[in-house]
Design a protein around this ligand. Sequence first.
Ligand code: TXA
Ligand code: MG
Length: 324
Amino acid sequence: MIPTRDIEGAAAALRQGKLVAFPTETVYGLGADAENVQAVARIFAVKGRPSSHPLIVHLASADDLPRWAAEVPDAARRLAAACWPGPLTLLLRKHARVPAATTGGLDSVGLRVPAHPVALELLRSFGGGVAAPSANRFGRVSPTCAEHVARDLGDDIDMLLDGGECDVGVESTILDLTRDVPVLLRPGGVTVAHIESLLGVSVSRTLTASTRAPGLLPSHYAPLARVEIVASAELAARARELEQAGERVALLLSHQDDAKVLGAKEAIFLDLGPDAISAAQRLYSALREADARGASVVLTSPPAAEGLGEALVDRLSKAAGPRS
Ligand code: TXA
Ligand code: MG
């Protein structure tokens, strides 16, 4: 699939029920008309994703909320005003116009206004809601540039809009506003501390049995190489041990200085930059690079789970999760 910048053409393709991959500020999405059941079914087929896993519906503006949610609580209005366009998905009771196929049969819908200018222009030009999961095969690493999408999905999609590299690099924060208290379903680009300061209440991280959050599968966001999380003090020793056992080790580190200190001889060094923001931007391309360079194992010690670090810890733990 050859990337294009033809936003009008992409909006026309969506109107015809086609699949269009497009950039957002978090990761690239695989988009279809959220109200077109056949087009939505193709998203699940191309991704290889179980049809019970709901899709996020992307909107051009917070003004569209009442068209997609049955009710818009005050908390949703406040968060939308402060955080949209931006990396925050709000779960609300779905409006009757949202097909069950789009929400995996749930009566809630995830809604978000993305901050990428290409995504916004596409959404404005299309006029409706665009259902879009990340544009990768199910369970694998999300794409943060057009080349990643082209490599993963090839010609299984109809169009690929190029918008350069994603600024945030990890997916949106998902907040469930259908309950008595706001519940965090996935940490992401908007921090919990920021949400709490805007709402003046605390966000729960406790999932009840009735919360079906399929993104919480134990393994997700995984490269081909297996991922091991170790304390930073043990990285060097573990890397040597694995190398002696014949493994090709990649060290995923927050910055290059750590790598020099480690002095592991054969290891591939994957630099995530000096802070959580650059680490989030680089994370998925670094995992892809580990695969491209033939690593059999990625060793990492995640940052503190604070701020954007919470999303990094979440994605790395899932990448390290048991695989079926
Ligand atoms: O940043 C993002 O959110 C990206 C970009 C493309 O917008 N999208 C994304 O979509 O990460 P996806 O499908 O890869 O992850 C969305 C997660 C899934 O785990 C899905 O199960 C969950 O959100 N989700 C969506 N709607 C839901 C709902 N109504 N109830 C519970 N979980 C929901
Ligand atoms: Mg995904």
